[in-house]
Write a protein that binds this ligand. Sequence first.
Ligand code: NAD
Length: 284
Amino acid sequence: MAEIRTVGICGAGLMGNGIAQTCAAAGFNVVLMEVAPEPLQRGVATIAKSLDKFVEKGKLSQADRDATFARMRPTTDVNDLAGCDLIIEAIVENVAIKTELFQKLDAMLAPHAIICTNTSSLCVIELAAKTKRPNRVAGLHFFNPVPIMKLVEVVKTIATTQDVIDALFAFSKKLGKEPILAQDTPGFVVNRLLIPYLLYAIRCLEGGLASKEDIDKGMKLGCGYPMGPFELLDFVGLDTTYYIAEIMFDEFKDPMMAAPPLLKRMVLAGRFGRKSGKGFYDYE
Ligand code: NAD
């Protein structure tokens, strides 16, 4: 198994820039690829700001900050990814756009290279099957904010070989993360459990069990959760939760995964949570 030295990150959005920062901070050479200069510059500026915060808090020296930054090579040319040993794709959640990129990468990368997707909801095997190396394709699912959150779900498809999974576990640990193994089914491990919980909280509210404030307080003080379900729904985004619930329900046909009427109506009203200024709570 060839050593992973250079990591290519596709997409410099919310997840991509966090993944790029984390890889560079762990000593990997990073090629950060975007479709256009503007989102690339935005992603690089976000990384610079985040690294500066670590310096301000005394968690990173100025020299390490500069070395981390210097290990990253931003580009808008997909061909610059050719020398990478590992690709982590974090572009828009669209199967057609991801497939096109996977096929381009498959054609240019060395045979030993591994291609991973950070998808939250798509079937990893669907992307893998469009390449000539389905055994070297897997999911590597990070959590937001990536530099802070410890977990990585390593997603094994029915085609991924064990040497690839082993390499991804070792890689995740080098990033300072804790990997867990998940099968290629919607929601992987965390969302498989979290989404039904959040949906059930909405059902409880609809049924008049208690106020949203009391449900949140109950779960925080009674279970030690850092956020109650409605605070978490607003943080994750009601639109994102609805979208993932629809995909999970479509696959499993489990009523626990069906979106409650109130969630659908809040999404239709544009109340997405923190990002839209209004969700279960008001942020304006
Ligand atoms: P985002 O919209 O913030 O970023 C996506 C970026 O991809 C954009 O900057 C866009 O310009 C870029 N892009 C689009 N097409 C591209 C291409 N062909 N090549 C290179 N760049 C391209 O999205 P995000 O929230 O960072 O999500 C990215 C992926 O991560 C999705 O698959 C999503 O399901 C997954 N994910 C998201 C979260 C989350 O909390 N947001 C958590 C885990 C996984």
